[in-house]
Write a protein that binds this ligand. Structure first.
Ligand code: SF4
Length: 365
């Protein structure tokens, strides 16, 4: 698995705390050179069946720049012929020619940051596209990609259940393959954080947010989307293989500013600052994943998946029964109706899905 981080956006959205910035052409060229240098340096010809280019907005790069990066990956890794190769895109950054170009570079999955189809809400979020651009881009993307995913947000300032219902109707009509849902979080350092502290952000009450979550999670399955992870829904066979890899503990390479890598034992993180990264990539942090941390991660990452975790796989991996390590957490959450145990499988219930993080905290030793 390979992740490539492109930290550039055309404009920062009002809620976004991701590692992204508005870069000029010189900085982008230097970044691409640094990225290729890192791929050349660390690539080890190993096999990969997923590549994910995320950001930021990778589609702020030119097709030539993306071509150079993908070439470096092919030269330094053994890419499966049927690899899932995803690129994230903002609807305002692509047109038909560009999409065709992405397809010819080998991308076969596109994840579009739509967030909502409501123009007023898009303005509040500070997105650079309107609803019409999102619809046109999705329609266009479907001509070149069999696998189109969109992001949908809820809990937005001024958002109502009616707004959300309209969004779900758009999804029904557009018939994309995959939907990722995100509840808005107010993050430090963002314009939303400032407004929130000044009491100027009209956020929906907690109950309304819960209703929005219920509306989405109840509606998407009726449209043919199977929920396979807490926040992800897919048409049959269109689950994100890359993200499933993270949740099931596969090792991965991460290239670019702030990217993380995991080789099964050691986790490394690249320096986040773009200018420092360009000067020469120095791993910012190296962390040995202890046996205890690996057991915890096995549980709280695996429990994100609807199918849950296997007690047998846990035992094979760690040489100890899951009930001997996490028996208390499992029993407590089963009693509360948040977890269920069926044969070998331990998984979240519907109610548990809504409270994921609270349950995961019980799996920290
Ligand atoms: S486009 Fe995405 S990464 Fe860029 S600022 Fe907006 S939310 Fe953040």
């Amino acid at each position: 698995m390979i992740y490539i981080h492109i930290p550039f956006c055309k404009k920062k959205c009002n809620y976004c705390a991701f590692n992204s910035k508005i870069g000029d052409e010189d900085e982008k060229n230097l970044y691409v050179d640094a990225l290729i240098e890192e791929i050349n340096l660390r690539g080890d010809d190993s096999f990969t069946d997923t590549i994910y280019m995320g950001g930021g907005t990778p589609t702020t790069l030119t097709l030539d720049q993306l071509d150079k990066i993908m070439l470096a990956v092919e030269e330094n890794f053994t890419v499966d012929k049927r690899a899932e190769i995803t690129i994230e895109a903002n609807p305002a950054t692509v047109n038909g020619n560009y999409l065709r170009g992405l397809q010819s570079l080998g991308f076969n999955r596109i994840s579009l940051g739509v967030q909502t189809f409501d123009d007023e809400l898009l303005k509040i979020l500070g997105r650079i596209h309107d609803s019409r651009a999102a619809v046109m881009t999705i329609e266009l993307a479907k001509r070149f990609f069999n696998n189109v995913s969109i992001d949908l947000m809820y809990g937005l300032p001024n958002q109502t259940l009616n707004n959300l219902n309209r969004d779900l109707n758009f999804i029904k009509a557009l018939d994309v393959r995959h939907v990722s849902i995100y509840g808005l979080e107010i993050e430090a350092g963002t314009p939303f954080f400032e407004l929130y502290n000044k009491n100027q952000l009209n956020l929906p009450e907690e109950n309304l947010c819960a209703d929005m979550y219920d509306l989405i999670t109840a509606t998407l399955p009726t449209l043919g989307y199977r929920r396979y992870e807490i926040s992800n829904f897919a048409k049959e066979n269109f689950e994100s293989r890359h993200n499933v890899g993270y949740w099931t503990g596969k090792s991965y390479f991460g290239f670019g500013a702030g990217a993380h890598s995991f080789d099964g034992k050691l986790r490394t993180s690249n320096v986040c600052d773009v200018a420092t990264y360009i000067k020469g990539n120095v791993p910012a942090i190296e962390e040995v994943v202890t046996r205890q941390a690996a057991m915890e991660e096995f549980c709280f990452l695996g429990l994100r998946m609807v199918e849950g975790i296997s007690a047998q796989i846990f035992e094979n991996k760690f040489g100890v029964k899951i009930s001997d390590v996490f028996g208390e957490a499992i029993n407590k959450n089963c009693r509360l109706g948040l977890l269920k145990v069926e044969d070998d499988k331990i998984s979240l219930t519907e109610r548990g899905m809504a409270l994921g993080n609270e349950i995961f905290a019980d799996f920290l030793l």
